[in-house]
Ligand binder design. Structure first.
Ligand code: IPE
Ligand code: IPE
Ligand code: MG
Length: 224
């Protein structure tokens, strides 16, 4: 049975779910938040140490302003309402990506990170304004600036995921088989599950099925 330390998820399909059931993309984003809660719970049940959630990509700025501000207002409300409880549950929150939002949201994010920084049951990495290409370019620039020898160890020490093991599992919901600039380096050997269901319809049973399947896969890492 494969050990399981890190699950990364591309939470895709909110907009389509919202349009289909509520005639509004934003309603899909709201519903998606319930799935986030369910998945966090099951991740704890499964005793998995790291959960990385792709919430907003560097490319998502192309979306209509109203959708972007709705997404960030959902996040604000979530942080205000839920951070104390997450803290009580010994969950650590870390943001990966560049925090260049409103002053209010930047502060909320930083204080949530600070508050939970010593927690150890589960680390949630929330990918916000995250893009893997930016992360790579930034790391390369740093290596050059610091006159580091160019090698793997020196490159990854400038990633925001530097202290986090690479994902064992990558899940993308929403019936699309692409990576959309997410953790391109880190998923070199991840087991990838493309799920048909839209994110708000994805549930803990689906999650458990993926985990069960993962555990039986023969991971070679180039070996035989
Ligand atoms: C993913 O759902 C959530 C974010 C990108 C914030 P989408 O909003 O991309 O949903 P679809 O893919 O349009 O259905
Ligand atoms: C990926 O979904 C980003 C997140 C889930 C946050 P997108 O919906 O933005 O991806 P594309 O544009 O369809 O590739
Ligand atoms: Mg999408």
């Amino acid at each position: 049975m494969n050990p399981l330390n890190h699950v990364a998820i591309i939470m895709d399909g909110n907009g389509r779910w919202g349009l289909k059931y509520k005639n509004s993309r934003n309603a899909g984003h709201k519903a998606g938040l319930h799935t986030v809660e369910k998945i966090i719970k099951e991740t704890i049940n499964q005793k998995i140490q790291y959960l990385t959630l792709y919430a907003f990509s560097t490319e998502n700025w192309k979306r209509p302003k109203a959708e972007i501000s709705y997404l960030f207002s959902l996040l604000e409300t979530f942080l205000i309402r839920r951070i104390d409880d997450l803290h009580r549950q010994n969950i650590k929150l870390k943001i990966i990506g560049v925090k260049n939002f409103t002053i209010k949201l930047n502060k909320l994010l930083s204080s949530a990170e600070k508050k939970t920084s010593k927690n150890s049951k589960l680390q949630i990495n929330l990918a916000l304004n995250y893009g893997s290409k930016f992360e790579l370019i930034n790391a390369i620039k740093n290596m050059i600036k610091k006159k580091d020898k160019i090698n793997e160890t020196n490159l990854i020490k400038y990633f925001q995921t530097k202290d986090i093991p690479d994902p064992d599992i990558l899940i993308r919901t929403g019936n699309t088989k692409r990576l959309s600039n997410f953790l391109l380096w880190q998923i070199a050997y991840s087991e990838i599950f493309f799920e048909k269901k839209l994110w708000p319809s994805f549930n803990d049973q689906d999650y458990k099925r993926v985990i069960k399947k993962y555990k039986t896969i023969k991971r070679n890492f180039g070996n035989v």
